[in-house]
Design a binder for this molecule. Sequence first.
Ligand SMILES: [Zn+2]
Length: 110
Amino acid sequence: MNILDIINKFPNQESCIKFLEEIRWNNKPKCLFCFSEKVNSVLKESRYKCKKCHKSFSVTAQTIFHHTRVPLQKWFILIVLMANAKKKFIIISSFKRLKFTFSNCMKNDA
Ligand SMILES: [Zn+2]
């Protein structure tokens, strides 16, 4: 898989979220706190709310994408670049090209 594959397969945030939901939950969201499968979708926020414990969560919670401000498509591109990189300098220049820094990847209010 290369960058063009990622851009074509994941053209927006929604397609990335749908992919993560498929691989994490097999498209059957499960509460991250009590593991109940009885959840309501909060589509506007791409989140779920558990009917049992009433906590809300998203597919990115408790993952490397948790609290990121960077669009998931950029993360996916970076992961492909890292997977395909043969030398470390390629990864470093990829971070620079995508304007990745720790501070701009994370929310301040986490
Ligand atoms: Zn729950």
